[in-house]
Design a protein around this ligand. Structure first.
Ligand SMILES: Nc1ncnc2c1ncn2[C@@H]1O[C@H](COP(=O)(O)OP(=O)(O)OP(=O)(O)O)[C@@H](O)[C@H]1O
Length: 875
C-alpha cells in the first residue's frame, strides 16, 4: 500500500520537477506558502551552507527526499550566503494569488542569481565592482567583456592569452562565461581559480552578438561605441547580454554604453608584476597591500574608481598632470578640500541606486537616499565650479544638479518613506487629493468612533460602552453584563466574554467596510504612484551615472590629497624625458609596517638612458634590495595614477610598461620546471620592452646552479644594455660576479645596500651606495644566528675556495684537499671523533651550487646543534 502511494507524485512535486529540469545547474528555491523550500540534492547543499535543519519528505518510501526551507521574508539573509558559497540560485515564486485559484498555484523562476549577476546589497561589496566576464576564443585572438550589472559598466577588449589574463587580474570577475568546447583550454590558460560557467557554443556567434547588442542599445551598428572592429570582444559582450536574459534580468536600461578598454592609454603591467607588487592582492594572508595603504576614499564610487586607477595608471602626461594639479589645489586650499570631503560623505552609492531604479528593484527609502545624495552634490558642484583650478572647474560644470529629479522625488515621497512599500506612508501628503481623502477616512476614524460612542451611550443609557476592534471580529461594541438588558434589538451579538458581550451594528459594519476599503485603496494607489515615479526616473539614468563617475574621481583626488598630507608625499614631476630621478624615496607599504620607533631609510634611485641605464644591486639577504626595487615601481605607478609619491623629490620620464620578475626561491622542491617558468617569463619581458619600460629583476637566475645562474643573469643584463630601447633596469642579485659587468658595459652601474659588520652581528644600514660587493653574504646570516667561531671559520674558508672553483667536478677534490689542509685547525675535536666524521659527511654531501643562503643557514644550525649536544655531553 505504502509503495503504491509512494509512486504517485503529488501535483506540487510534479510542478517542482518540471521547473527544476529547466535549471539543472541551479539551486532551486521553491516558494510554497510562506516558505522557500529546497528538495533533494539542493536541500542537502542548502542545509549545509545555511546551517538550517534538513528534514525528509516521503516517510521512508522509495520516493523519500531531503527537504530544507526557510521563511520567505528571510530571503535577503539566506540568498547572499548561497551565492557567496558559489551557488547559482533560481528563485521560483508563486505567480498568482493562491486565494484566487482552486487548482495548484502557477509558479515560475523570477530570477536566477549567480555570483557574477548580483544586485543584492548583501552579496555586493560597496567599494568593489562585481564583474561578470565572458571570454571568447577567436581564431587569432581572444575576446573579453566585463559587466557590472549593479553599476551598469560594460567593457570589452581583445588580444592574446597573456593580455586577457592581465585583464582578468585587473577586473577580478566573480564569474566567467566560456563555451563548453573550450573548457580544457580555459583551465589550461587561466588556471582553476575562476568561478567558471560553461555555455552552449551557439551563443558565441558574431551575428547573434551584434543583434543582441544592437537590440539592447537600440542602435543599428556598434560604431558609435568605438568597438565595432573588436570582433571577438563583441562576441564576448553578446554572450554577457544573452546570459542576463537567461538569468531573467530583462530591465537593463542602466547599461547605457559599451566601452573599449583602451589599453594603449595605460601602463602595461603583466600579471606577475601586479601580483609581485601586491597592488590590491596580498601574497600572504594578512599582508597589507598598496591599496590598503593608499585608500582614503569615502564613497563607494571613490573606492571603485581608485581600484580602476590603480589597475590602469595613465601614460598621457597632460592627463596625469591634471590629476596632480587638483591634488595640489586641495592641499593648498584646505577648507575647500574639507568641505568637499564633508559633502561626499553624505553621498550614498548613487551608481548602484540608479541601477536599482532601472531594474525596478529600488525601495522607497532608497529613492529618498538617492535624492539626499543628489542634494549633497549641489554644494560640491558650486564649490568646484567656483574654484580657480581648471580641472576642478570642469568637474563642477559637468556635475548635474538633477534639480527636476530631486524636486519630483521630494514632492512625491514622504521623507520617512519605508523600505517596504506595503508598510504604507510612502507617498507624501498633499501629492494627490484622492489619496489624502482616503487617508482621512482611514486614519481619522478615531474621531468618528468617539462620536458614535457618544450617540449610542445617549440612546441606550449604557454608561460603560466601549468601541474597539480585533483581528477576528473586526469592530464591535462591548457591553458589560450588568447593562445587557439595555441592548437594542438591532444589535447583533458576536462574542460572549465572562463579564461582557460584544455586538456589531449596521453603522459599525458600514464604517468598517469603508475603512478597510480605504486602506486597500491607499496601498494600491501608493504602489501605483511609486511605480510611476520609478519609471519616470529612468530618464535620469545617464545624468546620475555621470555624477557617480565624477564624484568617484573627485573622491579619489581628495583621497590622494589626504594621503599626501598624512604621509608627507610630494608632487612628482612627469615629463617626456627618459630619466627617472627619485630622491629619498620610500616604500609606501613597508614604511607603514615598521615597528614603533623604527624609521624607514629613504633611498635615491637615478636611472637614465645615457649613463646609468642598469643598476646592479648587491647586498646580503634582508638588507632591503627588494624593497628598493619595489618602491621604485610603486612610486612610478602612484605618480602615473595621479597620486603624490613617498619621496622627497621625484622626476619621472613617463613610463609605458613595468615588468618585474622574481627568481624562483625554492626550485629544489619544485624541480626544473620552476626555472623554466622563470626563464619563460623573463623571455616575455625581453621580447616586449620599449624605450620607456621599467624593468625590475630580483634574483633572476637563482633557480639554477650558481654558474648557470650567473651566466643567465649576465646574458639578460647584457641584452638589456644592448637593446636599442635602453630600458631602465634595476637588478638585485647576490651574484657579486655580476659586478664585473660594469667594466665592459658602460651604462651598467654597481650599487650595494650597505651593512656594517660589528663584532658578532651585522647591522643593516639599508642605504643604497655606489659600488659592488666583494663576497657572498651567507656567512653574515650565520654570524647573526650566533654560530660558533670554528664553524664560521670553516664555512668561510670553504665558500672562498668554492667560489674560485669553476666546475662541479672539481668540487669534490677541492673539498677533500681543503679538509686535509684544514683539519688541524679544528683542534677542538679529536681527529678520530665520530662526530667529526659525521660533520665531515654532512659537509661533503652539500651541493653548494644549488644551496640557497637560507638552506646554508639551516645546515649550519644543524651542525651547531650536533656540536652543542656534544659539548653538553662532555660537561
Ligand atoms: N629602507 C628600509 N628601511 C627600513 N626597513 C627596511 C628598508 N628596506 C627593507 N627594510 C626591512 O627589511 C626587510 C627585508 O627587506 P627586503 O625583502 O627588501 O630584503 P632583500 O635584500 O630583498 O632580501 P632577500 O634577498 O632575502 O629577498 C623588509 O621586509 C623591511 O622590513
Amino acid at each position: 500500500m505504502a509503495a503504491k502511494s509512494a509512486k504517485k507524485v503529488t501535483p506540487l512535486m510534479k510542478q517542482y520537477n518540471a521547473i527544476k529540469a529547466k535549471y539543472p545547474d541551479a539551486l532551486l528555491l521553491f516558494r510554497v506558502g510562506d516558505f522557500y523550500e529546497t528538495f533533494g540534492e539542493d536541500a542537502i547543499k542548502a542545509a549545509a551552507i545555511l546551517n538550517i535543519v534538513q528534514t525528509k519528505r516521503g516517510n521512508g518510501s522509495d520516493q523519500e527526499t531531503a527537504l530544507a526551507g526557510f521563511p520567505h521574508h528571510s530571503l535577503n539573509t539566506y540568498l547572499p550566503k548561497l551565492v557567496k558559497a558559489g551557488e547559482r540560485v533560481a528563485i521560483c515564486d508563486q505567480l498568482e494569488d493562491p486565494k484566487q485559484t482552486k487548482t495548484i498555484v502557477k509558479r515560475g523562476v523570477t530570477e536566477l542569481v549567480t555570483p557574477g549577476v548580483a544586485l543584492n546589497d548583501e552579496v555586493l561589496q560597496s567599494k568593489t565592482n562585481n564583474f561578470l566576464c565572458a571570454l571568447h576564443y577567436g581564431k587569432k585572438e581572444l575576446g573579453i567583456a566585463f559587466l557590472d550589472v549593479s553599476t551598469g559598466e560594460f567593457l570589452t577588449a581583445q588580444g592574446d592569452v597573456a593580455h586577457m589574463d592581465k585583464l582578468m587580474q585587473n577586473f577580478r570577475p566573480s564569474e566567467v562565461l566560456i563555451t563548453k568546447p573550450k573548457k580544457q583550454a580555459f583551465y589550461q590558460d587561466f588556471g582553476q581559480d575562476n568561478h567558471a560557467f560553461f555555455l552552449e557554443d551557439w551563443v558565441f556567434k558574431t551575428d547573434y552578438a551584434n543583434e543582441t547588442l544592437n537590440d539592447h542599445f537600440n542602435t543599428s551598428s556598434l560604431k558609435g561605441f568605438g568597438v565595432d572592429h573588436l570582433h571577438e570582444g563583441i562576441i564576448a559582450a553578446g554572450v554577457i547580454l544573452h546570459y542576463l536574459g537567461e538569468t531573467q534580468h530583462h530591465k537593463l536600461k542602466h547599461i547605457t554604453a559599451i566601452q573599449r578598454i583602451a589599453e594603449d592609454q595605460y601602463i602595461w603591467m603583466d600579471r606577475f608584476t601586479i601580483r609581485n607588487l601586491e597592488l590590491y592582492h596580498a601574497n600572504a594572508t594578512n599582508a597589507v597591500t598598496l591599496l590598503d595603504v593608499i585608500d582614503k576614499t569615502i564613497s563607494p564610487m571613490g573606492g571603485r574608481t581608485l581600484k580602476r586607477w590603480l589597475a590602469l595608471p595613465l601614460k598621457n602626461i597632460a592627463a596625469i598632470q591634471k590629476r596632480h594639479e587638483v591634488v595640489q589645489y586641495f592641499l593648498d586650499n584646505h577648507t575647500l578640500h574639507q568641505k568637499i570631503q564633508h559633502q561626499i560623505k553624505q553621498i550614498g552609492d548613487i551608481e548602484r541606486l540608479i541601477s536599482k531604479v532601472a531594474t525596478g528593484k529600488v525601495s522607497p527609502r532608497e529613492v529618498i537616499q538617492l535624492k539626499n545624495s543628489l542634494e549633497a552634490i549641489v554644494p560640491i558642484k558650486a564649490q568646484a565650479s567656483n574654484s580657480d583650478n581648471e580641472a576642478l572647474k570642469v568637474i563642477g560644470d559637468t556635475l548635474n544638479d538633477c534639480e527636476v529629479l530631486r524636486t519630483k522625488i521630494k514632492e512625491t515621497l514622504n521623507e520617512e518613506a519605508p523600505v517596504n512599500i506595503l508598510k504604507g506612508n510612502t507617498i507624501a501628503d498633499g501629492y494627490l487629493d484622492e489619496l489624502d481623502e482616503l487617508r482621512s477616512i482611514a486614519f481619522s476614524g478615531k474621531d468618528y468612533l468617539d462620536k458614535m460612542l457618544e450617540r449610542e451611550t445617549e440612546a441606550t443609557g449604557i454608561t460603560s460602552l466601549k468601541i474597539a476592534s480585533n483581528n477576528v471580529f473586526g469592530y464591535y461594541i462591548e457591553v458589560r453584563n450588568t447593562h445587557k438588558d439595555k441592548v437594542p434589538d438591532t444589535w447583533i451579538r458576536k462574542q460572549t466574554l465572562v463579564s461582557a458581550e460584544r455586538y456589531i451594528t449596521e453603522e459599525l459594519k458600514e464604517y468598517e467596510a469603508k475603512i478597510l476599503g480605504a486602506e486597500e485603496k491607499i496601498l494600491a494607489l501608493e504602489q501605483q504612484l511609486f511605480n510611476d515615479l520609478v519609471v519616470w526616473m529612468n530618464e535620469y539614468i545617464k545624468p546620475v551615472q555621470l555624477n557617480a563617475s565624477l564624484i568617484g574621481q573627485l573622491d579619489c583626488l581628495g583621497s590622494f590629497a589626504q594621503l599626501a598630507k598624512e604621509n608627507q608625499y610630494v608632487r612628482p614631476l612627469i615629463d617626456e624625458s627618459f630619466d627617472l630621478e627619485i630622491k629619498n624615496g620610500r616604500h609606501p607599504v613597508i614604511e607603514k609596517q615598521l615597528p614603533p620607533g623604527e624609521q624607514y631609510i629613504a633611498n635615491d634611485v637615478l636611472l637614465d638612458r645615457d649613463h646609468q641605464q642598469i643598476i646592479m644591486i648587491t647586498g646580503p639577504n634582508m638588507s632591503g634590495k627588494s624593497a628598493i626595487l619595489r618602491q621604485t615601481a610603486l612610486i612610478v605607478l602612484l605618480a602615473q595614477m595621479g597620486c603624490f609619491v613617498p619621496a622627497e623629490e621625484a622626476k619621472i620620464g613617463v613610463v609605458d610598461k613595468i615588468f618585474t620578475r622574481v627568481g624562483a626561491s625554492d626550485n629544489i622542491s619544485m624541480g626544473e620546471s620552476t626555472f623554466m617558468v622563470e626563464m619563460n617569463e623573463t623571455a616575455s619581458i625581453l621580447n616586449n620592452i620599449s624605450d620607456r619600460s621599467l624593468v625590475l629583476l630580483d634574483e633572476i637566475g637563482r633557480g639554477t646552479s650558481t654558474y648557470d645562474g650567473i651566466s643567465i643573469a649576465w646574458a639578460i643584463s647584457e641584452f638589456l644594455h644592448e637593446h636599442p630601447g635602453r630600458p631602465k633596469t634595476l637588478f638585485a642579485t647576490h651574484y657579486h660576479e655580476l659586478n664585473e659587468m660594469c667594466e665592459t658595459f658602460e651604462r651598467i652601474k654597481n650599487y650595494n645596500v650597505s651593512v656594517k659588520e660589528l663584532k658578532d652581528t651585522v647591522l643593516f644600514l639599508r642605504k643604497l651606495v655606489p659600488g659592488g660587493s666583494e663576497h657572498s653574504f651567507g656567512i653574515h646570516v650565520a654570524k647573526m644566528a650566533g654560530m660558533p667561531q670554528q664553524v664560521l671559520y670553516r664555512a668561510n674558508k670553504m665558500l672562498k675556495k668554492l667560489e674560485k672553483s669553476h666546475s662541479s667536478e672539481e668540487l669534490t677534490d677541492k673539498i677533500k684537499g681543503m679538509q686535509e689542509e684544514d683539519e688541524l685547525q679544528l683542534s677542538f675535536f679529536n681527529l678520530d671523533d665520530p662526530l667529526l666524521e659525521q660533520i665531515k659527511e654532512e659537509i661533503l654531501d652539500i651541493d653548494i651550487n644549488t644551496l640557497t643562503p637560507v638552506e646554508a643557514l639551516m645546515k649550519l644550525n644543524e651542525i651547531k646543534r650536533m656540536l652543542t649536544r656534544k659539548k653538553a655531553s662532555k660537561v
